[in-house]
Ligand binder design. Structure first.
Ligand SMILES: NC(=O)c1ccc[n+]([C@@H]2O[C@H](COP(=O)([O-])OP(=O)(O)OC[C@H]3O[C@@H](n4cnc5c(N)ncnc54)[C@H](OP(=O)(O)O)[C@@H]3O)[C@@H](O)[C@H]2O)c1
Length: 286
């Protein structure tokens, strides 16, 4: 039995689909009752709603599991606390394998959501548990949050320079690696950077998008203040807004670079390119 936390989120669902294809028996932890059905529809029979911040809940859901795939909620101010609770529960349940969904370059202190993941990794090193740490680059799928807007306005709005170069990874490739490390031997105590092959500027990304859509899409650079007003109007929390602003400033100043060789070796094929991801997305959505 494998426990997947954060199971109703986009990462959780992608990983569950791969584990089910591999015929793994899964227990899924979702946040709220109304997310249970979403995960049951994927084919998971044992879906539990509960709070990852509760030691009692985590102790219960980890009982009787062989492995855990731990996904913390995105940009959570509680990441270190949630990590500590999950590790403690895994220790008491004597879980054989703890897989932690971290992030590429958790060492970056000026991005608090990265730095917090590094502190959780540090706790894992000292936990006595057998662990694997996956460090994915930003997902190619992040553009989907703006997809409808892009389609309506033919503009891709970003709060950093159009020349900002970012690496990315297809979440489907990340999920495939989750399936591999939870099924095959030889991955304990490994830390894997999971990154696609290209580092693209925002202009290059829209050029690929334009090519596959068959019409022009341009980058629109918006001031961070405008992004902040929109995010707050949509109900984003203060910690998330402030943390993402730090991330945008970091991206603007330094870009974000990673190497694809580890992912390529693990997949035993070339990681999905941005063009393939865009072509697949357009095919699925249009
Ligand atoms: N997006 C990227 O590019 C990227 C790249 C690398 C790593 N990551 C990491 O991937 C992880 C998952 O990201 P994601 O975008 O898949 O997240 P997500 O879609 O926001 O999913 C997180 C899930 O956790 C649930 N949740 C929130 N608080 C909870 C709590 N206290 N107890 C139990 N469940 C709770 C959420 O439910 P509600 O909807 O009810 O809150 C949601 O279903 C994050 O740690 C992120 O840092 C992301």
């Amino acid at each position: 039995m494998i426990l997947v936390t954060g199971a109703a989120g986009k990462t959780g669902q992608a990983i569950i689909r791969v584990l089910l294809k591999r015929k793994k028996s899964i227990r899924a932890l979702v946040h709220k009752d109304n997310q249970i059905q979403l995960v049951q529809v994927l084919g998971v029979q044992e879906v539990i709603a509960g709070d990852m911040c509760s030691q009692k809940t985590m102790n219960q859901v980890l009982q009787g599991v062989r492995a855990v795939y731990h996904i913390c909620p995105n940009v959570s101010p509680e990441e270190i606390n949630i990590g500590q609770i999950a590790i403690k529960a895994a220790q008491s349940a004597e879980v054989e394998h703890f897989v932690y969904h971290s992030v590429l370059h958790p060492q970056i202190e000026s991005m608090p959501h990265h730095w917090q993941k590094m502190r959780v990794e540090e706790q894992l090193f000292e936990s006595g548990l057998s662990y694997t740490i996956l460090q994915p680059a930003p997902y190619m799928q992040n553009i989907l949050a703006y997809w409808n807007d892009i389609m309506k306005k033919n503009k891709y709005a970003v709060p950093y320079s159009e020349n900002t170069r970012l690496c990315s990874v297809d979440l489907e490739d990340v999920a495939e690696i989750a399936g591999i490390v939870l099924s095959e031997s030889g991955h304990k105590w490994a830390i894997y950077e999971l990154c696609g092959t290209q580092i693209l500027s925002q202009i290059e990304m829209t050029q690929i998008l334009s090519q596959y859509l068959g019409h022009r899409v341009d980058v629109k650079v918006i001031p961070i203040e405008e992004w902040e007003v929109n995010a707050r109007n949509k109900g984003m929390g203060d910690y998330q807004v402030k943390t993402l602003i730090k991330m945008f400033r970091y991206y603007d100043r330094f870009g974000f670079f990673g190497n694809s060789r580890t992912l390529e070796c693990l997949l035993n094929r070339s990681p999905t390119s941005y063009a393939t991801f865009i072509e697949r997305t357009i095919r699925e959505r249009l």
